[in-house]
Design a protein around this ligand. Structure first.
Ligand code: FAD
Ligand code: NAP
Length: 321
C-alpha cells in the first residue's frame, strides 16, 4: 500500500552530491529522506579506479559509493529505494510521487539527480544496444576478451573506457570527431603509450553495422569529418562515450535552466530560481562534473537548506507528525 512520507528535506539522488547532502542534513537534525533512484550510487558505480578522490590514492568507484551510502546510513539518514516520477514545486509543501506509488511531502528539496549517458542517436545504435553497443565498458568489457572494439568520444570517459577495454580486447580503436582530445593530459599520455590502442582522428560514426542472426555488431561505417569520405571498420563492440545529459526532466518547466538543460543556481550557491529548492552536482554543473565537486555542492545544498528552513519554519513546517 502506498504511503505518504513527510520530511523537512527531500534529497533526490544517491550519487556523491546526494549522499553528502544526506550526511550534512542528518547531522543538522533535519531528518532528511534520500530517494536513491534507479542507479543507487550514481555514475561512479559504472567505473573502475577513481584516482582523484581526496584521501584515496586509488579506490574502485562502486566501493566508494557503498562507503558513502554506509556513511549516510551511519549518521541516521533515511534512505529509500524508489524513483521519483514527478515533482510539484508549484505549492508548499513540495510534493513528489515515487515509482512505488508513495508520496513525499517536503519543505525543501535538494536535487542531486546527476546526469545520464548520451547516445549518438543512430537507428542502428538503438537496434544493437545491448548486442554489441554499450555505454559502459566496466559493465560489458569482459564480453570482448580477445576481440576488437571501438570507443567513440574524446573526453575523460572515452579515454578511461578505452584504457579499461585494453584489459580484455585484442585491439581498441578510439574514434574522435576532432584532432585533439579533451581528456586530461595524464590519461592521454597513458592512451598514446598503450600498444593496443589505435586512434582515428576527425571521424564520426555514420552507422553501426551488424548481423541480425544472432544480433551482433560487426563493424562501424565512419565518415571523415572534413572530406566526407566513408570507410568501414571491423569491430565486435562499440562503446559510446560522448558525454552525459543532466537529469533535469523533473524540473525543466518549473525551474530556471542554463547551458541547455542544466539546473541554474545562483553563482556560488546551491540555490535554484525557487526558494527552498536546491541543486547539487552534475545536474547543475556543466563545467567541473567531478565526484569531489558534486560532494562539495551536496554539502552546500544541505547547509543552505538548513538556513532556509530556520528562516521559514512557521510558513512551511510539515515535518513528520
Ligand atoms: P550521479 O553520480 O549522476 O548520481 C545521480 C543520482 O540521481 C543517481 O543515484 C540516480 O539514481 C539518481 N536519480 C536520477 N533521477 C532520479 C529520480 N527521478 N528519482 C530519484 N533518483 C534519481 N569523477 C571523478 O571525480 N573521478 C573519476 O574518476 C570519475 N570517473 C568517472 C567515470 C565514468 C565512467 C563516469 C560516467 C563519470 C566519472 N566521473 C568521475 C564523474 C562523476 O561520476 C560525477 O561527476 C558524479 O558522479 C556526479 O555526482 P552526482 O551526485 O551529481 O550524480
Ligand atoms: P565530455 O567531457 O563532455 O566529453 C565528451 C566527448 O565526446 C568530447 O570529446 C566530444 O567531442 C565527444 N562528443 C560529444 N558528442 C558527440 C557526438 N555526437 N559524436 C561524436 N563525439 C561526440 O564527457 P565525458 O568524457 O563523459 O566526461 C564528463 C565529465 O565527467 C567531465 O567533466 C569529466 O572530466 C568527468 N570525468 C572525469 C574522470 C576523471 O576525472 N578521471 C573520468 C570520467 C569522466 P568534442 O571534444 O569535439 O566536444
Amino acid at each position: 500500500m502506498s504511503q505518504t512520507h513527510k520530511t523537512k528535506v527531500l534529497i533526490i539522488g544517491s550519487g556523491p552530491a546526494g549522499y553528502t547532502a544526506a550526511v550534512y542534513a542528518t547531522r543538522a537534525m533535519l531528518e532528511p529522506i534520500l530517494v536513491q533512484g534507479i542507479q543507487p550510487g550514481g555514475q561512479l558505480t559504472i567505473t573502475t579506479e577513481v584516482e582523484n578522490w581526496p584521501g584515496d590514492t586509488e579506490v574502485q568507484g562502486p566501493e566508494l559509493m557503498v562507503r558513502m551510502e554506509e556513511h549516510a546510513r551511519a549518521v541516521g539518514a533515511n534512505i529509500i529505494t524508489d524513483h521519483i516520477l514527478s515533482l510539484d514545486l508549484s505549492k508548499r509543501p513540495f510534493t513528489a510521487t515515487g515509482d512505488s506509488g508513495d508520496l513525499y511531502e517536503a519543505d525543501a528539496v535538494i536535487l542531486a539527480t546527476g546526469a545520464q549517458a548520451k547516445w549518438l542517436g543512430l537507428p542502428s545504435e538503438e537496434r544493437l544496444k545491448g548486442f554489441g553497443v554499450s555505454a559502459c565498458a566496466t559493465c560489458d568489457g569482459f564480453f570482448y576478451r580477445g576481440k576488437e572494439v571501438a570507443v567513440i568520444g574524446g573526453g575523460n570517459t572515452a579515454v578511461e573506457e578505452a584504457l579499461f577495454l585494453t584489459n580484455f580486447a585484442s585491439k581498441v580503436t578510439l574514434i574522435h570527431r576532432r584532432d585533439s582530445l579533451r581528456a586530461e593530459k595524464i590519461l592521454q599520455k597513458r592512451l598514446f603509450e598503450n600498444p593496443k590502442v589505435e586512434l582515428i582522428w576527425d571521424h564520426v560514426v555514420e552507422e553501426i553495422l551488424g548481423d541480425d542472426n544472432p544480433k551482433s555488431v560487426t563493424g562501424l561505417r565512419i565518415k571523415h569529418a572534413k572530406t566526407g569520405e566513408t570507410r568501414d571498420l571491423s569491430v565486435h563492440g562499440a562503446f559510446v562515450a560522448i558525454g552525459h545529459s543532466p537529469a533535469s526532466e523533473l524540473v525543466k518547466d518549473q525551474l530556471e535552466l542554463h547551458s541547455g538543460s542544466y539546473v541554474w543556481v545562483k553563482p556560488g550557491t546551491a540555490q535554484t530560481s525557487l526558494p527552498g529548492v536546491f541543486a547539487a552536482g552534475d545536474v547543475t554543473d556543466d563545467v567541473y562534473r567531478q565526484a569531489v565537486t558534486s560532494a562539495g555542492m551536496g554539502c552546500m545544498a544541505a547547509l543552505e537548506a538548513e538556513k532556509f528552513l530556520a528562516e521559514n519554519t512557521a510558513e512551511t513546517a510539515v515535518a513528520a507528525e
